[in-house]
Design a protein around this ligand. Structure first.
Ligand code: THG
Length: 600
């Protein structure tokens, strides 16, 4: 969708010319006001049932002048952008203070205050327009991490609840007239994905579209709280139409350097960074002086890491002034040209490069393909079922295929349960997940459980173009890659021409009508069983291999996969023969361009 706000377009022009300056911390400035409980309540919340001390979002209504003054002080210090005072203004976070019913009111008022401050500053410096970013915090809920270690399969909220919670904030921010949306301090990428989906839905519902900034926070070791590396995290949100990705809060500037460098190297968008004034000290304060911070951030700018910079916890107008002065000496970062590679992520990034060896997708976590796994799931022995997944990864699976299709089971519930438990196992959730089902409800349930960039297995033209496109667009909204089977309204393609032409048709639909990047498409031209006794089945392996060659020639950015063990079903029970067949088949299929396969 096109950007609908002219001020937002002005902001994009600023970014072409220089590094843009974001404001500093609202919390630190509010703290300095020394407000007591009555101060936080003010007149509007005098009779609120719960205590409001430290509910910074409430101040938008209870102390509007103080909030406006804080915005003004950052603008005065040189900030191009002020963030609305809405970091915690979502229903789930406000519920802690009993203020959930004020979500819309708080967000609209925060927009108005920030806008007034920004417009006043623009009037003083007409050659330097100022902008308002709608702040969207991470909330106090998690989706990838259990609230309670004793119950790793339990979550306090669902993905859908988070999307609808964010929508009530975001629609108000858009109606309030923000120039940008900033989903920030993300420490659980699945929550961030919910926020980004809510933004997309809010654009559609309001018809208002502004640029999106996403910023996550990392801990020692350079991982998010939910243990994703920076490159894996970026990959998880790379589908969103982001203006920028970045890192905020966290470790203070110096310790962020390697992670910011990583992000700057891989990110094809603008890059932002607004750190704390160092790590919190023993008293919870922040010690880095404006000069200290500015000198490190100046080096970031010199090294070409930055498009947007500012401060987080502990930063004052003096910090912002020092940072703005320092970075004004350097040109903005230029985004690197990225080769178009297929990339997926779990906790870590998986990149399929032309020179990569064959990508192995573990097949054992499949009810229809493993009697052992089927028994464990039916007995609800999830611990042992998880160990099947763990063995797959230990034995070298780069991706795991998860399939719980079984007539007697509640597919969406079982998929949710298994993937939720899996996300608490870092040695397994390290790898991307392939969600495998013949039922759409199960695929969609799976998409709501993975914080990484996963793969949906599979969709096809079986039910016609409309159904195919509808599913493809939803998958794209979640940011997953997709396996497309060579199947259409007439059935499963068995000969070469049919396989190739169905894949070409699917390709055109996906790229032209569902905004799918070719590198996120994986074709499966059907590995069918040979040596069944039927003469016409004997060329099935050759047909797959030849179709693979042609598909890769015609659509070189796409990937080819297949279920390898299918080929040898006629020899069930004779593993020696089966393994030999798989080896011979893969030898030729990989040479023809097969990139990955579901294998044992
Ligand atoms: N394409 C795509 N997805 C797929 C397939 C495909 N998903 C499912 C399947 N095919 C790939 N997975 C398997 C998993 C196991 C076996 C075959 C394919 C298998 N299992 C043993 C058997 O049935 O003899 C079971 C052994 C046991 O019970 O332990 O062979 O083609 N996109």
């Amino acid at each position: 969708m096109e950007i609908s706000n002219n001020r937002s377009k002005d902001f994009l022009n600023v970014l072409e010319e220089r590094i843009a300056i974001l404001d500093g911390a609202m919390g630190t400035m509010v703290h300095a006001l020394g407000l007591d409980e009555q101060g936080f309540r003010g007149e509007p919340f005098r009779d609120n049932e719960r205590d409001l001390k430290n509910c910074i979002d409430a101040l938008t209504l209870s102390q509007p002048d103080a909030i406006k003054q804080i915005h003004a002080s950052f603008l005065e210090a040189g900030a191009d952008i002020v963030e609305t005072n809405t970091f915690g203004a979502t229903p789930v976070a406000l519920a802690d203070f009993g203020l959930q019913d004020h979500t819309r009111e708080l967000n609209l008022a925060a927009c108005r205050i920030a806008r007034e401050a920004a417009d006043a500053a623009t009037l003083k410096t007409p050659d330097k327009p100022r902008f308002v970013a709608g702040s969207i915090g991470p909330t106090n809920k998690q989706l990838s991490i259990a609230g309670n270690v004793a119950d790793p399969g339990h979550r306090d909220v669902t993905f859908d609840e988070m999307v609808s919670c964010y929508r009530s904030q975001i629609e108000a921010l858009l109606e309030g007239g923000v120039d940008l949306l900033l989903a920030e301090t993300a420490f659980d990428t699945l929550v961030l994905k919910a926020a980004l989906l809510a933004i997309e839905e809010s654009f559609r519902s309001t018809g208002i579209v502004v640029p999106i900034m996403a910023s996550f926070t990392v801990f020692e070791g350079g991982r998010t709280l939910s243990a994703q590396t920076v490159d894996a995290c970026y990959q998880s949100i790379s589908h969103a139409n982001l203006l920028s990705a970045g890192i905020n809060c966290a470790l203070g500037p110096e310790k962020l350097r390697p992670y910011l460098a990583d992000l700057s190297r891989i990110c094809p968008r603008m890059v932002s960074c607004y750190p704390n004034a160092g790590l919190p000290n023993a008293l919870g304060g922040f010690d880095e002086t404006p000069e200290m911070m500015a000198s490190v951030i100046g080096e970031f700018a010199r090294d070409g890491f930055l498009n947007i910079v500012g401060g987080c916890c502990g930063t004052t107008p003096d910090h912002i002034r020092a940072i703005a002065d320092e970075v004004s000496l350097h040109p903005p970062r230029r985004s690197p040209d990225q080769p178009r590679l297929s990339r997926y992520s779990g906790l870590e990034l998986l990149e399929v490069r032309p020179e990569s060896s064959f990508t192995i997708i573990g097949e054992r976590t499949n009810i229809t393909g493993s009697r052992a796994f089927a028994r464990l799931i039916k007995e609800e022995n999830y611990e042992a079922a998880l160990s099947v997944a763990r063995q797959q990864v230990e034995n070298g699976a780069n991706i795991i295929d998860v399939n719980v299709d079984e007539g007697m089971l509640d597919g969406p519930a079982v998929m949710t349960k298994f993937l939720t438990l899996l996300s608490s196992e870092p040695d397994v959730s390290r790898v991307p997940i392939m969600i495998d089902s013949s039922r759409w409800e199960v695929l969609e349930a799976g998409l709501k459980c993975i914080q990484g960039k996963g793969i949906v297995n599979s969709i096809s033209l079986k039910e016609g173009e409309d159904a195919f496109l509808k599913q493809a667009r939803i998958i794209r909204d979640y940011g997953a890659a997709v396996v497309v089977m060579a199947f259409d309204e007439h059935g499963q393609a068995t000969d070469i021409d049919n396989k190739v032409s169905i894949c070409e048709r699917a390709y055109r639909l996906l790229t032209e009508k569902a905004d799918f990047p070719p590198e996120d498409i994986i074709f499966d031209p059907n590995i069918l069983t040979v040596a069944t006794g039927m003469e016409e089945h004997n060329r099935y392996a050759i047909n797959f291999i030849e179709a693979t060659r042609q598909i890769k020639e015609k659509m070189p950015l796409t990937k080819i996969s297949g279920g390898v063990s299918n080929i040898s079903f006629s020899f069930r029970g004779n593993n020696l023969v089966r393994e030999a067949m798989h080896a011979a088949f893969l030898y030729h299929a990989i040479k023809a361009g097969m990139d990955m396969g579901i294998v044992n």
